[in-house]
Design a protein around this ligand. Structure first.
Ligand SMILES: CC(C)(COP(=O)(O)OP(=O)(O)OC[C@H]1O[C@@H](n2cnc3c(N)ncnc32)[C@H](O)[C@@H]1OP(=O)(O)O)[C@@H](O)C(=O)NCCC(=O)NCCS
Length: 157
C-alpha cells in the first residue's frame, strides 16, 4: 500500500493506508528499534527491509520513523538517538512529506529532522538541532540550534 505525500483528509482511504503503515511500524518494529537491542549494521538491514532508501555505507544509530518516505545517499551517519519523521501530526491534521538527504551528510546525535526536509551533500546537522518542516539545508552547510539555522557554510567548517 504505497503512501501518498501531502495533506491527508480525515476519513479518506489515503488516511487509512497511512494509519496502517504507521501501526505496522509501531507494533512490529518500534519497540525493537527503540530498545537499542539491534547493532547499527543490522539496523541498516531492518530499515532497508522497511522501505528506506539508504545509500552505500550509510548507517543510522537513530530512529527513522517513516522508512518508505526517507531517502538517504551514500556515506551518511544518522547520529545516536536522532529522529527522522516524514509525517506531521498536528492536532487533527495529518500530512506526509518525504525527507531527502544527499551524500556525506552527518545528522548529529539527538537531532530531530521533520517532514519535507531536504539536506544536500556534505551538510552537517548539529547535535541536538531541530530541523523544522520543509527546511532546505544547502550543500556543505552546517545547521544547528532549536529551531535549526545556518551556523556555517562548507568552506568555514
Ligand atoms: C555543529 C558542529 C559540527 C560544529 O562543530 P565545529 O565545526 O567544530 O564548530 P564550532 O564548535 O566552532 O561551533 C561553531 C558555531 O556553532 C555553534 N554550535 C556548535 N554546536 C552547536 C549545537 N549543537 N547547537 C547549536 N549551536 C552549535 C557554536 O556555538 C558556534 O557558534 P558561534 O560561531 O556563534 O560561536 C558540532 O558542534 C556538532 O554538533 N557535530 C555533530 C557531531 C555528532 O553528533 N555526530 C554524530 C555522533 S553519533
Amino acid at each position: 500500500m504505497p503512501l501518498r505525500e501531502g495533506d491527508i483528509a480525515e476519513g479518506s482511504q489515503v488516511e487509512f493506508v497511512a494509519q496502517v503503515n504507521i501501526l505496522f511500524y509501531l507494533i512490529l518494529f518500534n519497540s525493537l528499534i527503540r530498545t537499542h537491542f539491534l547493532p547499527v549494521p543490522l539496523l541498516r538491514l531492518v530499515y532497508l527491509a522497511l522501505g528506506a532508501r539508504l545509500g552505500h555505507n550509510t548507517y543510522s544509530a537513530g530512529a527513522i520513523l517513516d522508512p518508505p518516505l526517507t531517502y538517504i545517499g551514500n556515506n551518511c551517519i544518522i547520529g545516536h538517538d536522532a529522529v527522522l519523521f516524514s509525517h506531521a501530526i498536528e492536532n487533527r491534521r495529518l500530512s506526509l512529506s518525504a525527507i531527502h538527504i544527499g551524500d556525506n551528510v552527518t545528522i548529529g546525535a539527538t537531532a530531530v529532522v521533520m517532514s519535507g526536509v531536504t539536506i544536500c551533500d556534505d551538510a552537517i546537522v548539529s547535535a541536538g538541532a531541530v530541523v523544522t518542516k520543509g527546511s532546505r539545508i544547502g550543500k556543505g552547510e552546517v545547521w544547528g540550534g532549536v529551531p535549526a539555522k545556518l551556523l556555517k557554510r562548507g568552506s568555514e567548517v
